[in-house]
Design a protein around this ligand. Structure first.
Ligand SMILES: NC(=O)c1ccc[n+]([C@@H]2O[C@H](COP(=O)([O-])OP(=O)(O)OC[C@H]3O[C@@H](n4cnc5c(N)ncnc54)[C@H](O)[C@@H]3O)[C@@H](O)[C@H]2O)c1
Length: 187
């Protein structure tokens, strides 16, 4: 078996809508993994997930801002829900300040630190928690909640794409802070 054989693995790729993240998502899917794209870029993220699904891979998109803990919880829930587990985190989302040192804008700098440092640390925190034996889903989401989400009325079908209505929208604890709802598209 190839050391890069990832059949059965489920990966969440932050910043996976484009660039290096999208490239890693393609590589993971080619190795057999199911892939959840997490990004602030909705259209591009969905499109990347659709393109992966068109190759036969299992892929989905979830809107997430890595600086927001509620988004991490929702994205990990979405990964479990859409892909059936969560084994791999690609903590890729990041921003770069390209200004000359003489022109640095402190707000841009703070945003970069927030995304690149805080966002990455939150990813490690929540991935470790979710992957810790015995911790999932007991700590994060009660199974009864999953069972409720699985009711047929929660699915709207369109050709080739299964769109569960966002499972966390009904619960204040799972509501991403900056959005009325999250969305995901599954291939
Ligand atoms: N491209 C390079 O040569 C290079 C070199 C060294 C490091 N990096 C780092 O690798 C990562 C990816 O680089 P890239 O060139 O693909 O960049 P990119 O800008 O093309 O992609 C970054 C992705 O992260 C997403 N993102 C940004 N902020 C986010 C947030 N708060 N929450 C969720 N998603 C968010 C963006 O929407 C985008 O899809 C970045 O962290 C970058 O700093 C890139």
């Amino acid at each position: 078996m190839s050391p890069f054989h990832l059949t059965g693995r489920k990966a969440l790729v932050t910043g996976g809508a484009r660039g290096l993240g999208a490239g890693m998502a393609v590589a993971l899917a080619a190795a057999g993994a199911a892939v959840m794209i997490g990004d602030v870029l909705e259209e591009q993220g969905r499109e990347t997930a659709r393109a992966l699904a068109a190759t036969g891979a299992r892929a989905a998109f979830v809107h997430m801002d890595v600086t927001d803990e509620a988004h991490w919880l929702a994205a990990i829930s979405a990964t479990h829900y859409a892909l059936g587990g969560f084994d791999i985190l690609i903590n890729n989302a990041g921003v770069e300040v390209t200004a000359l040192v003489t022109d640095i804008d402190p707000d841009e700098l703070r945003r970069m630190l927030d995304v690149n440092i805080v966002g990455t640390a939150l990813g490690i925190k929540h991935a470790f928690r979710a992957m810790r034996p015995g911790d999932w889903p007991d700590r994060a989401v009660p199974w009864s909640t999953f069972r409720r989400w699985r009711r047929p009325s929660h699915f709207r079908r369109s050709p080739g794409i299964r769109r569960p209505s966002p499972p966390w929208t009904g619960s204040r604890a799972w509501q991403p802070r900056n959005r009325a709802s999250s969305d995901m598209a599954c291939g």
